[in-house]
Ligand binder design. Sequence first.
Ligand code: NAP
Length: 291
Amino acid sequence: MQPAIGFIGMGIMGMPMAANLLKAGFTLKVYNRTAAKAQPLIEAGATLAASPRELAQEVDLLILMVTGPEAVQDVLWGREGAFRELGPGKTLINMSTVSPRFSRELNSVLSGAGTTFIDAPVSGSKKAAEEKALIILASGPQEAVAQVTPVLATLGKKVVYCGEAGQGSMMKMSINLLLGLMMAGLAEAVAFGRAGGLSPEAILEVVHAGPLSCGLFQLKTEMLLSGEFPPQFPLKHMTKDAKFIIDTAFETGAGAPLGHLLLHLYRRGLSHGLGEEDFAAIYRVLEAPPG
Ligand code: NAP
C-alpha cells in the first residue's frame, strides 16, 4: 500500500517536488507557512493542512523542504509543530539543506522518540526539481532508506545512499562547496575578460566549445549575458550553505581554504543586496572595482 505523504515547504524546490509526487499518484497533504502559496497544488489535487501538527497526525511519511535549520525547528517544535504527532510507525525525511551536525542532532532527538529519520538533501536546482532530475543524497538506516526509495525516486533521477544520518548533509556540503566555487570561477573569468576588452558572449562561446563546458555553466549563461538573475538557487541560500561548510570544516579538521573564500565572497553578495537573486549574481560582486 502506498503511504499517505505530508509535505511541508512550498518554495522554489518544494512546489515542483510536491507536484511530482502528486503526478506519480501519491495521496498528498501539504502545509506551507504562507498558505496561499500552496494553492496551485490544491488545485492539482493535494489537500491543505492548517498546521504541521495536523499534517503529522494524518500521514505516515512527512517530507520537509524548508529554508534551513531554523525553519525545520519551527515546523517541528514551533506553534502547532509536528513533533508531538511523530513517533513509532512514522518517518520524517528532511530534504532541506542543513549542516551535518544539525542532521545528526535531529536524528538523535527523533529516533530517540521512535520516529524513523532520513536525512536526504538534494543536488540540483529548480529546473532539475521540475524535470525529476534531482540527485537525492539519502542517509539514515539503510532499510528505511530502501523502503522510501520508491517515493524518493519520483523526485529525482538518482538516489545515492550516503551512510548513517548526517552523511547525506555531509555529501551536500561537498557538492555545494564545488558548486559555489565553480559559479564564482565562471563569473570571475567573465568579469576579468570583460575588463580586458573581451565580450562576455565571446568568452562564454569559448568556454562552451571546449572541455570546460558543463551543465551548470550552460544553465547560467543566459543570466550572465542578460545581467538578470531570477532566483533558481537564491544567493542567500548559497551563503547559508557556505557557513555550514566552514562550520563543518572546523569540526572535521578539513582545511577548506577555498571554502573560506566562498563564504567571504557570498557574504559580500548579501551586503550588495543580492540575497534574493540567483547565486549567479555573484558576478555583480566580481565585476565591481576592487575595494
Ligand atoms: P525557498 O524558495 O526560499 O522556500 C523556503 C520554504 O521554507 C518556503 O516554503 C517557506 O515558507 C518555508 N519556511 C521558511 N522559513 C520557515 C519557517 N520559519 N517556518 C515554516 N516554514 C518556513 O527555498 P528553496 O529554494 O525551495 O530551498 C529549500 C531548501 O532546499 C533550502 O534548504 C535550500 O538550501 C535547499 N536547496 C535549494 C535549491 C535551489 O536551487 N533553490 C537546490 C538544492 C537545495 P513561506 O512560503 O511561508 O516563506
